[in-house]
Design a protein around this ligand. Structure first.
Ligand SMILES: Nc1ncnc2c1ncn2[C@@H]1O[C@H](COP(=O)(O)OP(=O)(O)OP(=O)(O)O)[C@@H](O)[C@H]1O
Length: 283
């Protein structure tokens, strides 16, 4: 694809819905004292899509995710996930809602004193709904799903490479068979091969499990390989939410800098059909 010079104005409307909206963020304002992080953020995430959030350092990507999953309260505005407002639910209802998503947060450390299999089994044990032998079997299945084997089950986190650690964290995020997966910088710190392997894994899981994925990433290769749409956070709002090909046409300084540099142009070449990069609507 040829990257067209930016011509349009900010605030591109979201692409047509591919499914119903799983996440709806409307007029979100978030302030810490006088410091404004979000000032009128609007964003919908549709069932089955991979939506990536990009933005400069400190633009509020993680704070947005933390509000969506109910770890922080918005100053004003509304957030709905599967039609529910996480900030207004009682703890049992919030837990039921949380069971519908998996989180792999940046530095989402494994518990160092627990083995790989016990880390993966933890969310299932917390539910107290299954006998332990079934929990172990379920955790083993998740381990295999992320490309590891039963031989890795008894390893301790300190024995794992960076790529394996991310895969175990992903297996734990998938333990409760979520419909929705949040990934914060999933490939940060991985070498290019491990990063490519991880991207391929997410693609397969998404295809096989029909997951909706919301991902924060600085890594353009990951962004291009996985995203159906990209939401750009700048000026305290979402200034574009659209397929990458449309986002790059938006006339905004951050978008110029981020998408139209030399490195970006190389990553964008992966969007050409022959390369097998993610095509909008790919399942
Ligand atoms: N609990 C908090 N109290 C006060 N300020 C906070 C708090 N959490 C985040 N912030 C501020 O909110 C802003 C957005 O932070 P956030 O971590 O969401 O940025 P980000 O876009 O994820 O950045 P990066 O790409 O560097 O990880 C930052 O200025 C940060 O200092």
């Amino acid at each position: 694809m040829t990257v067209t010079p930016a011509t349009a104005t900010p605030d591109v409307s979201p692409a047509p819905a591919r499914g119903d909206a799983v996440i709806e963020v409307h007029d979100l304002v978030k302030r810490y004292g006088k410091a404004v992080v979000h000032d009128g953020v609007n964003l919908d995430v549709y069932r089955g899509e991979v939506l990536s959030i990009v933005g400069g350092s400190g633009s509020g990507k993680t704070v947005l995710l933390r509000q969506i999953v109910g770890l922080e309260r918005p100053t004003s505005g509304s957030i709905r996930v599967f039609g529910e407002d996480p900030t207004r639910l009682k703890s049992a209802q919030l837990q039921a809602l949380r069971n519908r998503w998996g989180l792999q947060f940046q530095g989402g450390a494994l518990f160092s004193a627990l083995s790989v299999i016990d880390n993966i089994a933890l969310p299932l044990r917390e539910l107290r709904a299954l006998p332990d032998n079934l929990i172990c079997q379920a955790a083993l299945l998740k381990l295999q799903m992320v490309g590891l084997t039963a031989r890795d089950a008894d390893k301790m986190p300190s024995d794992l490479s960076g790529g394996m650690t991310k895969r175990v964290a992903l297996a734990r995020a998938l333990a409760l068979e979520p419909e929705l997966l949040f990934l914060d910088e999933p490939t940060a710190g991985l070498d290019p091969m491990a990063s490519d392997g991880y991207v391929e894994l997410i693609r397969e899981l998404r295809r096989e499990l029909g997951l909706t994925v919301v991902m924060i990433t600085h890594d353009l290769d990951t962004l291009v390989a996985l995203s159906d749409r990209v939401a750009v956070l700048a000026d305290h709002k979402v200034v574009a939410a659209a397929p990458i090909e449309e986002v790059v046409k938006v006339d905004h300084p951050f978008i110029h800098e981020y998408f139209l540099g030399e490195r970006a142009q190389r990553a964008m070449q992966a969007l050409q059909p022959a390369s097998g990069g993610a095509q909008p609507g790919e399942q």
